[in-house]
Ligand binder design. Structure first.
Ligand SMILES: NC(=O)c1ccc[n+]([C@@H]2O[C@H](COP(=O)([O-])OP(=O)(O)OC[C@H]3O[C@@H](n4cnc5c(N)ncnc54)[C@H](OP(=O)(O)O)[C@@H]3O)[C@@H](O)[C@H]2O)c1
Length: 266
């Protein structure tokens, strides 16, 4: 029975991972969440699908994560096949460019460091806690949900000077995955950073405060891909990502790919 951990599973893309994976009764899905506050739809799904287990944890706390790993291991017989790290933090002051922080340094510190914690540092805590289980798994895959906004070439082409903290933290998370790919190669463990595309979720909607903001985003993304029309559904994004994850092996371990399995980001 393939076992999956989805970190950040209450809403959006993480929830859709749980939904699609658990629709196959062969999969055992552990939905890791930080609180019950937003977990209503997930709990509801877990009532009808017995292969979903919802677990509250704290990705900032290695001791709590160790407990979570023990809890999972007790159910799976000490193994885990695939870890998907999807949780993230965007942060405030996203509209500011680097030089706009002149005289606003107090704002810069949280803007820079808070996303870095959730999107990079806590990735290491989470992977390390679950690593003993992954080593015993069959698939041995570690997946990091990154963002095209953490890609140098994308940033160069779309010329988006703002959203520094989030972009830097996603680039850092991606680098960490490549480090793990090198370190864990001998254990047969493979890693992948994957961008989900531009997906219709609460996070995307929060960034689109007006119809003008949507139009501006589309024209920014069209610098990279003239065919961009708008957001894709979580269903389409996760279906695509799952097929890329399925084809992940030692030959593409450590890469950063789009949901299409290439560098076609949208
Ligand atoms: N949507 C897009 O277009 C897009 C584009 C590029 C990359 N991404 C990436 O895709 C991933 C998912 O984004 P989304 O659009 O689905 O966002 P979303 O709808 O805001 O969902 C984020 C999920 O992460 C959970 N989460 C956040 N911080 C957490 C923490 N510390 N511990 C546990 N869970 C936590 C949230 O839980 P709560 O309900 O408790 O808040 C929620 O379930 C992120 O990594 C994001 O960077 C998204």
């Amino acid at each position: 029975m393939p076992s999956w951990v989805i970190v950040g599973a209450t809403r959006g893309i993480g929830f859709e991972y749980v939904n699609q994976l658990s629709s196959d009764s062969q999969n055992e899905v552990f939905a890791l969440i930080r609180s019950q506050k937003t977990a209503g739809p997930l709990n509801e799904l877990a009532v009808s699908r017995k292969n979903i287990r919802v677990i509250e944890t704290n990705i900032a706390n290695p001791a709590k994560l160790k407990e979570t790993a023990e809890q999972i291991g007790n159910i799976t017989g000490g193994k885990l096949d695939v870890l998907v790290y999807n949780a993230f933090f965007h942060g405030d002051s996203g509209e500011l460019t680097p030089s706009a922080f002149t005289g606003r340094e107090e704002e810069l510190e949280p803007h820079f460091f808070e996303p870095l914690k959730v999107n990079a540092l806590h990735v290491i805590h989470t992977v390390n806690a679950l690593l003993p289980l992954i080593k015993q798994g069959v698939e041995k895959k570690i997946i990091y949900i990154s963002s095209a906004s953490g890609d140098l070439e994308v940033t160069r082409i779309i010329e988006l000077p703002a959203v520094i903290g989030y972009s830097v933290s996603k680039a850092a998370g991606t680098m960490i995955m490549t480090k793990y790919a090198s370190e864990l190669k001998e254990d047969g463990i493979v890693t992948l950073s994957i961008s989900p595309g531009w997906v219709d979720t609460d996070a995307s909607k929060a960034a689109l405060t007006s119809p003008e903001a949507f139009t501006a985003m589309v024209s920014t993304l069209r610098k990279l891909d003239p065919n961009v029309k708008g957001m894709i559904s979580p269903k389409e994004s996760v279906e695509s990502m799952l097929s890329v994850i399925k084809s992940l092996d030692k030959n593409n371990s450590g890469k950063f790919l789009s949901h299409k399995g290439n560098l076609d980001w949208f």
